[in-house]
Design a protein around this ligand. Structure first.
Ligand code: FAD
Length: 352
């Protein structure tokens, strides 16, 4: 295990802002992760776990402690079956690129993550915010998570219920934030399963198609839709120098939603919303942003909103973290003024 000093973090993130890590280690083996964690503990250094850097805003001052870049690889698919014989387990290293894994699952004719294709980053980060898109979430296929428990200094296997998955949330980014370094994730897929086509964009895409789309066609369609929205990392496309959606869709109680809908109706508008758990409603954050005076392509200096997606804040070239945070503050303030809702950011703020 090699520990480097003063390693710039901006190039290791998709938003490409922020300063350096005081200490940095890239780790391919579980034992090295333990050793590096011990290094931080004995020196009383704060620890940050880095995957693909696609959901981060790193402060201009950087990170004062140790950054662990998890690069554990390997995709194993032990022979298993359920009563129907269709279940396939995949045991995947935290450092594996998420979309490479999705591609393999689809090639093996397994369903469960085809709509999550094109999400950047690593396998190890997917349980953290229960990544989701186009009607699927990883919570739908995760069986268990293998992790180093920094509190107890031992390796544990957390079954799915212990992860407490919710919309863009789990114990890893809420109650137990900073406690676990995820080493491997177990997913259960369905061999020969049909693709999930719940999302309107996908249904529209296949509206003219006579035969039901295959898993591979669904994956390709998701990637095409994502590309058109700047939500696929495409070299040369400035609109994807982002951290993805910068704000979560607010989940409102029935009463809060009624107030909001009435407010919209008084302006002759109808707000897009979807049912959520416990009779709540999930409201489109993109709609709120666009109806608060912030259109696609809005710019403030080196920061801006993507030309293709109202929720993606982008680095237009040489933005600092403070430019991105300034724009985030402006949008939050504008939406609150217009609609009385405080949008919650989705990315993780590192070193602020
Ligand atoms: C263009 C674009 C599109 C996106 N689209 C989506 C989308 O559709 N849906 C969606 O949900 N997200 C989306 N995202 C956000 C992001 O890709 C996901 O959150 C992704 O899972 C982050 O993975 P990462 O490896 O880059 O994690 P990082 O950004 O490196 O880290 C994110 C968080 O996870 C933690 N973490 C990472 N690895 C580990 C580990 N091994 N153990 C413990 N903690 C860890 C980090 O400490 C940090 O708190 C998008 C981002 C971009 C740039």
């Amino acid at each position: 295990m090699t520990i480097q000093e003063d390693v710039p973090l901006a190039p290791l993130t998709t938003l490409q802002v922020g300063g350096a890590a005081r200490y940095f280690a890239e780790l391919r083996r579980e034992d090295d992760v333990r050793e590096a964690a011990q290094f931080a503990k004995t020196r009383n250094l704060p620890l940050f776990v880095l995957g693909g850097g696609s959901n981060l805003v790193v402060a201009d001052s950087g990170w004062p402690g140790l950054v662990l870049k998890i690069a554990i690889g390997g995709i194993a698919s032990p022979n298993t079956s359920d009563a129907t014989g269709n279940a396939v387990l995949f045991n995947v290293g935290a450092g594996v690129n998420w979309d490479d894994f999705v591609a393999q699952v689809v090639v093996q004719n397994c369903a469960g993550v085809e709509c999550l294709s094109g999400i950047p980053g690593s396998v190890g980060a997917t349980p953290v915010q229960n990544v989701g898109a186009y009607g699927q979430e990883v919570a739908g296929t995760i069986e268990s998570v293998r992790a180093l428990d920094l509190k107890e200094d031992r390796i544990v296997v957390l079954p799915k219920p212990a992860c407490e998955f919710r919309y863009r949330a789990s114990i890893f980014n809420s109650t137990e934030r900073g406690r676990y370094v995820i080493l491997r994730v177990n997913y259960r897929m369905k061999r020969g399963g049909v693709p999930s086509l719940k999302y309107a964009d996908l249904q529209r895409h296949f509206a003219e198609t006579k035969t039901p789309p295959s898993l591979a066609e669904t994956r390709a369609a998701v990637r095409e839709i994502r590309r058109s929205k700047g939500m696929l990392i495409v070299p040369g496309d400035d609109d994807c120098r982002s951290a993805g959606s910068f704000f979560k869709n607010p989940v409102l109680s029935a009463e809060q939603f009624k107030d909001l809908a009435e407010r919209a109706a008084s302006k002759g508008l109808e707000i897009p919303s979807y049912p959520a758990l416990d009779a709540r409603r999930k409201v489109s954050a993109a709609w709120l942003v666009e109806h608060s005076g912030f259109s696609k392509g809005y710019t403030v200096g080196a920061a801006g909103i993507s030309h293709k997606h109202a929720l993606a804040l982008i680095n237009r070239g040489d933005a600092k973290a403070r430019d991105i945070v300034g724009l985030k503050d402006e949008i939050q303030h504008g939406v609150q003024e217009a609609w009385g809702i405080l949008l919650e950011p989705e990315p993780v703020f590192v070193g602020f």
